[in-house]
Write a protein that binds this ligand. Sequence first.
Ligand code: PEP
Ligand code: MN
Length: 339
Amino acid sequence: MVVVMQEGSTEEQIQRVIDRLVSMGFDVHRSTGATHTVLGAVGVRSDCDPRDIELLDGVREVVRITQPYKLASRHFRPEGTVVEVGRGVRIGGPEVIVAAGPCAVESAEQIHTIAERVARLGAKLLRGGAFKPRTSPYTFQGLGEQGLKLLRQAADKNSLLVVSEVMDPSQIAMMLPYVDVLQVGARNMQNYHLLRALGEVPKPVLLKRGMSATIEELLLSAEYIMAGGNYNVILCERGIRTFETYTRNTLDIAAIPVIKKLSHLPIIADPSHATGRRDKVPPMARAAVAAGADGLLIEVHHDPEHALSDGAQSLYADQFAQLMAELRIIAPAVGRRIG
Ligand code: PEP
Ligand code: MN
């Protein structure tokens, strides 16, 4: 359940409610908003009478949550979450944030060339995999730590932040100095061991929707991370498997407004993995921003014909430039802006 405290409730009153919830066997997560404090009570108690809490001083409202996720629920932070990534970049605020870069880091020259271009065109984060979850074990698996070093250098040189995929809890400590956001790939959305480990990490997590995951399952995966204390979760719609085979996946645009209603977490869209074809990436990116996405994750390559992975869905720099120009027109029409 979620306990909404009255505006101006005192620290003492809040503490008394927390103590009461703890004594009832709940785990309490606190969210201090601009106007009031909200307490998320997580636990297996279904027999608790909400009036016992409602009657305590300073309590405005007790909401019983029927959804299985609580911390990820919109009730927990009705005003929405803004994830601070660093260098003043905030995901979930008025600005639509674009992360762009190659599928994988391939070489110093490649990542520096792409970083310079996407930074000049308005991207705020540089993407690039150093650990690649490839469908075939015989294809390029990524440069590992060396790739992360190159990614960090290229990002720093161009005032960009870094997002890169983590595949296993054993990689987290090594990755932390190189990345600003840890990405959980679609294939790992239900790797609960990894999600729990990321709950203890002091950096934001970009959680991609699994290719056959429902919205509820995605939010429950976010709940795993948040239950560990890391509330800086950014969700990502990257397309799901359907009976349609023309595109690599089917971008579930409706998931964006649905998630906005169900959850306070920011949601971004990845039109590259969703469509698998560069000619379909710009229209889907435009649609996602129009639908209310807080950001985009886009694959861009300076020489896609020779990319070691996902070349066919990587935009050329001039296509990316055109897309950014279009997004600068679309974003204000839906009350947002692009930096
Ligand atoms: C990626 O973004 O590099 C990636 C592998 O995407 P997904 O996990 O969505 O397939
Ligand atoms: Mn890719």
